[in-house]
Design a protein around this ligand. Structure first.
Ligand code: T1G
Length: 692
């Protein structure tokens, strides 16, 4: 089997691409396809050509790994598509699995497209910070119309073959064997002339308002991003310029987008997310447990949200509370969440009832005896958790996974009260647990490989992005966010207003700054953590300006106001009294205020994350810098087009990061300093470590 097989089926030549796992357009694929077209041309007996993917899918796109290759080494997708578009004999794309990006562009350059019903097709390039660079911006509007083409290319989301059929993107849905259907279709259309070519179609009658609306739309959906506006410009060109002009301009803008930090960031995360699912040292054959039934202890905000993840994928859940009122309240919240989704059309009421029917509420912990996994989601107190795990140890069946949803406590200590520490793991969901995709999988000292592998597989099944982390105070995400909060408070001590720190993070692309986030989480949460940490370190009681705000009774949104006041839409407004409290605090402590620029605030906040991340990496609490980036994008709203804090530092240059940290009074972590001295990046650090 070669990378592109040629097989004759009567007077039809079939070109089958064999480039697992997703038939990306990698080096060798264009060469094989060109050879196939050469063979078809040279053989009088060949009346038509079918292009089909071997294995599970059609072509899933250009090979993203080749984007940064020198131009002469990168597969020439555009060259192949140009030839295909002008090919003298009829060509048919036979689609199954996914036809994405360059894969759909190849199909669009064929004369015809046939597909199985459950295939998907789309142009997801915007999710990589680029744009369809092989004719997609010029051909798709000529087939499905400008409005639908803009929607598909700006969202990057695929459509199903049945919708594609309605839009004319697919000429026929093949019910039986795809190859047989495609060959029959090719034979039926072999003599039709002129050959239908998408590039010869025209796009007419599109009101300019369509493009104005699209440009307005991306200001919200793709704030600060480059490639969406390029896509709109190129689609607009289909209404004003000949195909050839748009085709050339597309190549120019593709290169500009591809070479941007935004595309590097998004491509970094594409691969980092897939790498984070791989656990170094764990073979693919590690045994896993089949999770058929889940148990959850605690029906509060976290327990209820966690339960929904299992119900959404059809896994029955028994949920335990200590009192009927708390249990009823928890069930009410779950039902209301589902009914709200139904009101928004995301599911039907029948779906709601199906999910609720899988939920068994109880006050009796013994009902968990047949659960394959039990997740404790109760009050963040070590004694309470130890008591629960002691009782679980006596109730849970052999082999059951015992998980804690603790956000910072020591999972080893929790495991130590059971007779089965190898079955104990941390599954740190992020609030709201039914929405946030990140799941920190906390590997305790004695957690078995099988429990770890089962937890990672479960994360994928319940549509979470699972990242393995080690045991320490705050694991990875929260340990870094504590340093970020320390630096944010220092900025205000030195003269910044809270809204200046928040504005700096908005400008970077985060939905919330440090103080808006604190007000939302509840100022008392951070207050108690600072008190706890001071006690553990034997330090005096913290008395920072933010502690004083909490002591006034203002705890954030939940008490109607904290650092800020909030209007009816929960928009933050500076509070004069709090500003005065900060000024009085500075005066009392003899703190000299100075002007702090947005650039300084941004560097100090982001580099506080980077610096702690480097320390976490060095301690082996995180496996990869890429894992840390995945955590920050899926757990803390760091903009994906920045690639995450560690990728952002790579873009800034680690030498510059070290210099800035020192200038602003932070001590660079040893690993960060070492990489900077070696002129390396975090990405290189990840690549160079064995087995990571
Ligand atoms: N290039 C290189 N590697 C790819 C790849 C691609 N396009 N797609 C997937 N992989 C790797 C992936 O890293 C993983 O590797 C393995 O394949 C399985 O992927 C000119 C410029 C197709 C829906 O954006 O959306 O065409 O971890 O785990 O969950 O206009 O892969 O095993 O080593 O995701 O079954 C446009 C991206 C490219 C599609 C399958 N195409 N891929 O999902 O498997 S740009 C895309 C996906 C382009 C042209 C432009 C998904 C999938 P490893 P996986 P999956």
């Amino acid at each position: 089997m070669s990378i592109v097989d040629q097989t004759r089926q009567g007077d039809v030549l079939v070109l089958t691409i064999n480039n697992p796992p997703v038939n990306a357009f990698s080096p060798g694929v264009p060469e094989g396809l060109h050879a196939g077209l050469d063979a078809a041309l040279a053989d009088e007996g060949v009346k038509a050509v079918v292009i089909i993917g071997g294995g599970r899918t059609f072509i899933a796109g250009a090979d993203i790994k080749t984007f940064d290759l020198p131009r002469e080494q990168a597969p020439d997708l555009r060259g192949f598509i140009q030839r295909l578009d002008a090919f003298e004999k009829p060509t048919v794309a036979a689609i199954h699995g996914t036809a994405l990006g360059g894969g759909l562009e190849v199909a669009l350059a064929c004369n015809y497209r046939v597909s199985v019903k459950d295939a998907q097709m789309g142009l997801p390039e915007v999710k990589l910070g680029v744009l369809p660079g092989a004719g997609g911006t010029q051909r798709l509007p000529r087939v499905v119309g400008v409005q639908k083409a803009l929607e598909m290319m700006l969202s990057g989301n695929p459509i199903r073959a049945t919708e594609a059929r309605e839009l004319g993107l697919v000429d026929e849905i093949v019910e039986g064997d795809l190859l047989e259907g495609a060959v029959a279709f090719a034979r039926e259309h072999a003599n039709i002339r002129p050959l239908p070519r998408v590039s010869e179609r025209r796009v007419e009658g599109v009101p300019p308002q369509v493009f104005e609306a699209a440009r307005k739309g991306i200001e919200k959906t793709h704030k600060g991003q480059l490639s969406p506006s390029f896509i709109i410009d190129l689609v607009e060109m289909t209404t004003t310029q000949p195909f050839a002009v748009g085709w050339d301009e597309e190549a120019r803008l593709f290169m500009a987008a591809k070479d941007s930090p935004q595309s590097r960031g998004l491509r970094h995360i594409f691969f980092a997310e897939r790498e984070s699912a791989k656990i170094p040292g764990l073979g693919k054959d590690t045994p896993t447990t089949d999770i058929r039934k889940a148990g959850i202890i605690g029906a509060g905000t976290m327990g209820g949200g966690i339960a929904m993840n299992f119900l959404n994928v059809g896994i029955p859940v028994t949920i335990v509370e200590t009192g009927q009122e708390a249990l009823d309240r928890g069930l009410g919240v779950i039902r209301r969440n589902y009914e709200n989704s139904a009101k928004k059309g995301r599911m039907t009421m029948e779906d709601v009832e199906k999910r609720m029917a899988l939920l068994t509420p109880t006050l009796d912990m013994n009902a968990l005896a047949d659960a394959d996994i039990i997740i404790e989601a109760v009050f963040e107190n070590m004694e309470v958790k130890k008591d629960i795990f002691t009782r679980l140890d006596a109730i849970a069946k052999p082999g059951a996974i015992l998980a804690t949803n603790t956000s910072t406590l020591d999972v080893n200590e929790i495991a130590s009260v059971t007779s089965r520490p190898e079955q104990v793991i941390g599954l740190h969901f992020f609030s709201p647990a039914n929405v946030m995709r990140l799941l920190e999988i906390v590997r305790a000292d004695k957690t078995s490989d099988s429990v770890l592998a089962t937890s990672m597989a479960l994360a994928k099944r319940i549509k979470k992005v699972g990242v393995v982390v080690g045991v320490c105070d705050g694991f990875v995400g929260n340990r870094m966010i504590h340093r970020y909060g320390d630096e944010a408070r220092k900025l205000v001590e030195e003269g910044a207003r809270p809204e200046d720190a928040d504005a700096a993070m908005h400008a970077l692309g985060l939905p919330m700054g440090p103080f808006e986030m604190s007000d939302m989480a509840g100022l008392d949460v951070g207050y108690l953590i600072r008190q706890h940490q001071a006690k553990v370190r034997g330090e005096s009681k913290p008395d920072g300006w933010l502690d004083r705000i909490v002591e006034t009774g203002r705890k954030g949104q939940k008490t109607g106001g904290g650092i800020y006041d909030y209007d009816e839409n929960r928009r933050p407004r500076p509070n004069a009294d709090m500003q005065r409290l900060i000024e009085d605090y500075r005066a009392e402590k003899g703190l000299q205020s100075r002007e702090i620029t947005q650039e300084e605030a941004t560097k100090r906040l982001v580099y506080s994350l980077v610096n702690e991340g480097a320390q976490i990496l060095d301690e082996g609490i995180a496996q990869r810098a890429g894992d840390i980036d995945v955590i920050y994008i899926y757990g803390y709203g760091f903009p994906a087009y920045r690639g995450g804090p560690m990728q952002y530092a790579d873009e800034m240059g680690l030498g510059n990061v070290v210099a800035d940290l020192e200038q602003y009074g932070q001590t660079p972590a040893p690993l960060l300093r070492r990489l900077a001295q070696e002129g390396k990046t975090f990405a290189q650090y990840d690549r160079e470590r064995p087995g990571v």
